[in-house]
Design a protein around this ligand. Structure first.
Ligand SMILES: Cc1cc2nc3c(=O)[nH]c(=O)nc-3n(C[C@H](O)[C@H](O)[C@H](O)COP(=O)(O)OP(=O)(O)OC[C@H]3O[C@@H](n4cnc5c(N)ncnc54)[C@H](O)[C@@H]3O)c2cc1C
Ligand code: SF4
Length: 531
């Protein structure tokens, strides 16, 4: 067996200039990805005393390398520089490409998994060992280490105040959003990365803990190929990973490579990436469910103009959440309303400008009053029978295929309708549906205009920051990719630990669910390594 290449220092995050071309590094567990899934599973495995290497294809941007400029930071932190879309261009796919993954630019809303989801995953999809009794101790520990607490009054910006007030007059149920923050400076730059290390992302929580306990983190290092020997045994074994060293400035492989030899490989590349990685390895022929059952919480947005200053880009994004319509309501099997969580929106000026429809003087009118523009967003809980699929195209590129089914369209439209009602109740004098159709309303009496709204690609501005599925968990290898131990079907030492294992959409923001699932994954990997 070849000798391991020695690194110059331990307990640090390595970057592109630190690697030797052709090097070999050895470890017990190689974790691919450093987001909520990868960082948490690594932290837990180092708690148990295992040696871990984390691989991250993106760069390392600690607070000292952040500048709060939304375009610079989108280029540094977001997958595909923030420009990825679904198959028809209708949905902006938002995910991380950096040490800490999407947690570095997330909003830090921190919900436990809703009980109806846990029940459905157990009863309809046969998931074992992820019930309330297994998840709650993990939630307790994670909430403590991320300082999760309900938003206090001082963190309500004017839009949050208005939404809270409108809920009270409409009689809609809402709540203070649980937050993962400590000593927040109210800058409003959560989506650019927190310059104050106040947001409790993975780069200030689980990653430093794992490094302190001996883990090594290789950034600018893309797992390209799984190394395995087909021994014809019942379960296949991974031996490690072949890694491409990335040219960070160009966001492409530099041509240099190294290898990791590992006893266990854990895939945590995130919901948009993990199933795609396994497809690139040729797994689809043995695992027909790979890439399927993909959810992403498609989110519609509404802008609204107020008499007074809102300055939506200051203070935390969402202090108040509206859960009145979180669950879909039916009457005699006919959809009536609901199926989404409503929140005040927060966009910095450039993103706001890009999502305000219109050209020339129409657009200029809104831009002149930008400080008075507020708005809301509706996170749709994906319809289980109308989920999307991650595919691999003939040129090898990833395709995120997500056509809107009939029920999905109804839920999206109802989500827009309720946002319009909420914004007018909050005092808006004009409301604009984000998207090229440019539908605007001057009073609530014009709400019938929404009946003609087309729910189609390009017609609406939509974002999808909560991917899930593609490596669905379950016990049937024809309908799922990993078993309830997070182990890929047919593999002895290959695990998945991120949102791609969700059997269906998590409904609420998923970060805490991903981390709690990763606690359970770490327990199973510990058992596997102890055999
Ligand atoms: C703008 C925004 C706001 C959000 N707000 C919230 C919120 O308030 N609350 C909440 O709960 N959730 C929120 N989310 C969602 C949440 O951040 C993500 O669901 C979660 O962080 C995903 O964690 P993950 O580990 O599954 O994947 P990721 O965070 O995507 O991490 C995967 C990592 O793996 C790396 N990777 C992928 N493939 C490879 C490879 N082949 N080799 C090496 N590395 C690889 C990627 O670069 C990435 O860094 C938000 C997301 C966005 C984009
Ligand atoms: S609002 Fe708070 S958590 Fe968000 S970036 Fe500013 S200081 Fe950090």
């Amino acid at each position: 067996m070849r000798q391991e290449t020695k690194m110059k220092m331990d307990n640090k995050i390595y970057e592109e200039q630190d690697y030797e071309n052709g090097a070999l590094y050895k470890t017990q567990v190689c974790v691919i990805g450093t987001g909520c899934g990868g960082a948490t599973v690594a932290k837990r495995l180092t708690d148990f005393g295992f040696d871990v290497i984390l691989l991250e294809q993106g760069g390392y941007y600690p607070a000292t390398k952040m500048d709060q400029n939304e375009l610079n930071m989108a280029g540094k932190l977001f997958g595909a520089r923030g420009l990825a879309t679904g198959h028809d261009g209708g949905n902006v796919l938002m995910y991380g490409n950096n040490v800490g993954g999407a947690s570095v630019h997330y909003w830090a809303d921190s919900y436990r998994t809703p009980s109806e989801k846990i029940r459905s995953w157990e009863q309809e999809f046969g998931v074992k060992g992820h019930g309330v009794a297994a998840l709650n101790p993990a939630f307790d520990a994670i909430e403590k280490s991320l300082n999760v607490h309900r938003a206090e009054d001082e963190f309500f910006n004017p839009m949050n105040e208005k939404v809270r007030g409108a809920c009270a007059t409409l009689g809609w149920h809402g709540h203070r959003v649980p937050q993962a923050r400590k000593f927040c400076q109210k800058s409003g730059h959560c989506m650019q990365g927190c310059l104050y290390d106040a947001k409790q992302s993975q780069i200030v929580t689980h990653i430093p803990s794992a490094l302190k306990q001996g883990a090594r983190l290789f950034s600018d290092a893309r797992a390209a190929q799984l190394i395995y020997s087909d021994t014809k045994e019942l379960a296949r074994k991974a031996n490690g990973v072949s890694v491409e060293i990335m040219d960070r400035a160009r966001n492409r492989p530099s041509g240099k490579k190294f290898k990791i030899a590992a006893d266990v490989v854990v895939l945590a590349g995130g919901g948009f990436n993990s199933s795609f990685f396994l497809m690139q390895q040729g797994f689809k022929k043995d695992l027909p469910a790979l890439g399927k059952y993909f959810s992403m919480n498609p989110s519609t947005m509404v802008h609204s103009l107020f008499e007074e200053e809102i300055i939506q880009w200051r203070n935390i994004p969402a202090a108040w959440g509206v859960d009145e319509y979180r669950l879909r309501r039916f009457n005699k099997n006919q959809y009536v309303e609901g199926g989404y969580l409503l929140m005040p929106n927060q966009l910095q000026p450039a993103s706001l400008a890009a999502t305000i429809p219109g050209f020339g003087s129409d657009h200029r009118t809104w831009m002149d009053d930008l400080s008075k523009v507020g708005g809301t967003i509706a996170w749709m809980d994906d319809v289980e029978s109308e989920l999307g699929e991650i595919r691999i195209k003939s040129n090898g590129a990833r395709e995120v295929y997500y056509p809107y089914g009939e029920l999905t369209k109804k839920v999206l439209k109802d989500g827009i309708k309720k946002q319009v009602i909420l914004n007018f109740e909050a005092g808006a004098k004009k409301v604009l549906v984000a998207g090229l159709q440019g539908v605007s309303l001057n009073t609530i009496d014009e709400i019938q205009k929404l009946d003609d709204l087309n729910i189609e690609a390009g017609g609406l501005s939509m974002a999808s920051p909560h991917p899930g599925g593609g490596c669905r968990m379950g016990e049937d290898p024809n309908l799922s990719v990993v078993n309830s131990d997070h182990q890929v079907h047919g593999w002895d030492n290959l695990f998945v630990s991120d949102s791609s294992v969700f059997p269906s959409s998590s409904s609420l923001d998923p970060s805490l669910t991903i981390m709690a699932f990763s606690y359970i994954a770490a327990d199973r990997i510990k058992e596997r390594l102890s055999v």
